[in-house]
Design a binder for this molecule. Structure first.
Ligand SMILES: Cc1cc2nc3c(=O)[nH]c(=O)nc-3n(C[C@H](O)[C@H](O)[C@H](O)COP(=O)(O)O)c2cc1C
Length: 155
């Protein structure tokens, strides 16, 4: 299966999870690309003012993984802007995940995930699974990542 992972990651947390997912899926026999959305003004909150320096065209794939950080109790504006302009996902299987600093999902994660899923559903994604990783709670985070990696599969 061709799987495309597309992430926004400023400080590397989301990227670290994406690399673990890519490694697991490659070991399972899939072809997995990993692309990073980047902007000159990474902290810009106004979608219209984001200056992308890397805005990969949605790769042709059988399944997708999207990952992003929580920003101000919302999905990162870069991922939001990216998802608003991609092609239709045509009911393809999608997994989405968020990383957040705070130790509890209600501290921005749940709200951001609601927004993430709504944007994906708007593009006709078939959301197979979603995850939130609470970065500052190290033990909890490691457990969350292990569970997500263990569950990770597209069939
Ligand atoms: C502007 C800004 C706003 C943030 N808002 C939140 C928030 O509402 N809740 C939270 O838990 N973490 C928040 N964070 C922390 C990031 O979500 C967290 O560090 C994330 O793992 C960073 O991912 P990255 O390393 O892939 O960029 C915020 C970070 C920034 C820079």
């Amino acid at each position: 299966m061709q799987i495309a992972i597309i992430i926004h990651s400023e400080t590397g947390h989301t990227l670290a999870v994406a690399i673990k997912m890519q490694t697991k899926l490659i070991a399972a026999g899939h072809q997995v690309s990993l692309a990073r959305i980047q902007a000159r003004n990474d902290r810009e909150v106004d979608e219209q003012k984001i200056e992308f320096i890397n805005c990969p065209k949605l790769p042709i794939a059988d399944a997708y993984i999207f990952g992003a950080p929580v920003r101000g109790f919302m999905l990162s504006p870069l991922m939001k802007a990216y998802l608003n302009q991609i092609d239709d996902l045509s009911k393809k299987p999608v997994i989405c995940f968020l990383t957040q600093h705070f130790p509890f999902k209600w501290m921005g994660g749940n709200q951001a995930m609601k927004q993430f899923k709504a944007l994906l559903l708007n593009k006709n994604a078939h959301i197979k699974n979603h995850h939130i990783f609470n970065w500052s709670a190290k033990k909890k985070r490691e457990k969350q990542i292990n569970v997500a990696i263990h569950q990770l599969a597209f069939s």
